[in-house]
Write a protein that binds this ligand. Sequence first.
Ligand code: HEM
Length: 855
Amino acid sequence: MPDLGFTSPNKQQLPALAGIWSLRSNPEEQRVLQIEKQKQEIQAVTQSQLSCSPRRVSRCHLRSSNVEISFRNFCSFVITWANVTTPNSLAISTRRPDNLQMTDTPYRINYTKNANMETMKGLYNAVTGNPTVQNVANTTAAAVGTAVNTVNDGIRGDIKQRDLSTYTVEDCQKGNYITTDFGTRMSDTDTSLKGGERGPILLEDFHFREKTTHFDHERIPERAVHARGAGAHGYFQMYEAIPDLSCADVFQHPSERTPVFVRFSTVAGSRGSADTVRDVRGFAVKFYTKEGNWDLVGNNIPIFFVQEAIKFADLVHAAKPEPHNEIPQAQTAHDNFWDFISLTPESTHMTLWTMSDRAIPRSYRLMQGFGVHTFVLYNADGKRRFVKFHWTPKLGSHSLVWDESQKITGADPDFHRRDLWEAIESGAYPEWELGLQIVEEEDEHKFDFDILDSTKFIPEELAPIRYVGKMVLNRNPDNYFAETEQVAFCTQHVVPGIAFSNDPLLQGRNHSYLDTQITRLGGPNFQEIPINKPVCPVTNNQRDGAHRMTINKGRVNYFPNRFGCPMTATAAQGGYVHPPTMVHGPKIRARGPKFAEHFNQARYFYNSLCSWEKEHVIKSYAFELGHVDDLGVREKMIQRLNCVDLDLAQKVASAIGVKPPTTFDGNAHDQRSAKLTLAGSPRDSIATRKIAFLIGPGYNSAQLKTVRAGLAAAGAVTVVIGPTKGEQEKGDEAQFTYTSCKSVLFDGLVLVGGTQYEKMSQIGEVKQFVNETFKHCKPIGAIEEGAEFLKTFGFIGVGIAGPGEQDVSSQGVVTSMKFSPSIMDLSGTISWGKDLHKAIAEHRHFERIIDPVPA
Ligand code: HEM
């Protein structure tokens, strides 16, 4: 960054920010700076420095008239609202540190009215990532106050971010030396201490021994399940308070943001397995509320395999690699899994979901989340209600296709992890709405299923979803191990206002998470690991244990004690008072009578799927059971499926060498819901879709630029793939070559005009790219020679524009024989660009004839 003239005598101590502040202490010099230049500097601050500055912030004070922020080792600045009723008088000033001491001499910049507002807007947007406040000048004094508060939070980080920053270090900084763990600087970290140049290594080499010992012990056990995951920070914010439903503080303040950490995961695979395997996805959210951590530890499917936690170990043993040879990894396509499922009829419903496209999501950002169990909310009067929690993604729910997801496991095993990371880094923050399905306590028994049975969902037609807030993920972790690996979610982490139902699966989970984390995280003090620490005080009589960090002062570690501390809290003081609930009945190993019915909802789900979803379910069972050697297991599974749907059972049976049934064995009801099909998910945005442009020597650069710009303007990500990486003949940059990436990593393809196709049609990778894009039902756009090239593939039943013809849009293939600079204009009624936009937003075009379902 250029030095724009910082005049501090301490210039040497202000390396990074000196350039961007470029401020003068004396008013004379200050006037010399052009207003325009000042604006640019502040814009530079807002765009580049502040958005990453929270890690550097050491101190921040919010006062009635200003916010003062101090940067670690650098300097501080003050944002002042001189008069909030006429918010034109924003002034930004900086203070210069005298070494680490702040001086009292502010460096002040005054702006013209408009410059101030622009600056504030830029500052606000940069730090909050919220483009909705368009004009601060026109807002009310109260809104300005909120904006300043939000800016304040954005700059210094939310309460959890500030907490984490006290543990965060930047080792890789100029001026830092390699030290031992105990702080001694080392002169050599490459060569061990030896007796003579040719050895042996001496025991005295404390640096070698410490470094190697740390390495030898730096792996911890992976999670027993959900070992493979990716995490992100963000916030949760209510749309409106819901004191009628719950007294939890997290639900009461629409103007406040609660920090969250979210971890998405697969279930069966090991830590190093691929992201896109067929599996349930974990969706675990830790809310750092003022009343303690609330963990909503859910999945992307609203039901579960088993009704009782005591069956969980069996389920997981059966799903994991088989014990004799540790095969297969991260797959349920094997004898043991389907053996267990076929003998556990309650699992049938869940397998319909896991055989559907829900189990191969396109992205963590494009899938729903569910708390699964029925929980309880209670308000300040102790009134209890049952609740199911739903997370609904803003960009809709979309999936991969099975052939594609298998190929991605090779092309990019980190596909989902990378997707989440890149979206957040690029500012396309993933967002979900939190929905509540409420059931009054007195209605507990009015359904034909038991709401305590986690193999059942509550249809939205019986209990509509009320959307009460949103969650936005806007910050990647600084360190995978410290945050994503060490985070410990637990269903028993609740706050006043949220409680448990008697769901036996949930009750068992409440035991299992803490128990397993004691092993995984090395003892009972893992709640002190920064990512797990609540943002409110923790005071109790738990002491000691491995890795205890807190130094508890005082003479007593028991209760009651003569000092009366720490004391218990009443409900009014924020204490957790279990809402009184009637419990009665004999001590017995049994389940409620409605737990015995297993197939009605499975059929309800299957009935609700559209034709292509049903086709995918049939093919998935055919694939999975096709890997089962034991005929008895395959036959048993067909019996189970025949309690759901005869056609399903027959088609799967014929694909797996089992005699198809001729009569249906289940309850042939025709109930269905429009809420359960993915076909109903929103399809109006192309934001974050990744579109490939395959080019070669002779490509039309004007067309490439026009189409890329048009797609990027709508939020899509465009990637150029050429014969070589880097600059192409017309100055465009190619990010990948034909051999360094595969079609499966993209959401669509564009072929622009030019003379390149004679050569490109000779290249196997190019032909495979186009063929696979079509096979995986992805949108394809082509112009002029690109359309002619596409025609040579002979895709069955697809219309492609020919010479002199109009633009043609057919099964997601959008072609034009006439390019114009306004081709991407979305405002008119017809245009190639508009059709392409629609085809990409549609995501997949399953009307294409690819592989027929087994006869
Ligand atoms: C509705 C049923 C269930 C759901 C939605 C669910 C969800 C999850 C999720 C999302 C994780 C990953 C947490 C993370 O990202 O760190 C997880 C981990 C885990 N789950 Fe479950 N689970 C369910 C049932 C169970 C049951 C019944 C048990 C045991 C009785 C269990 C035991 C575990 C264990 C031991 C872990 C590893 C935790 C750790 O090491 O931190 N789960 N579960």
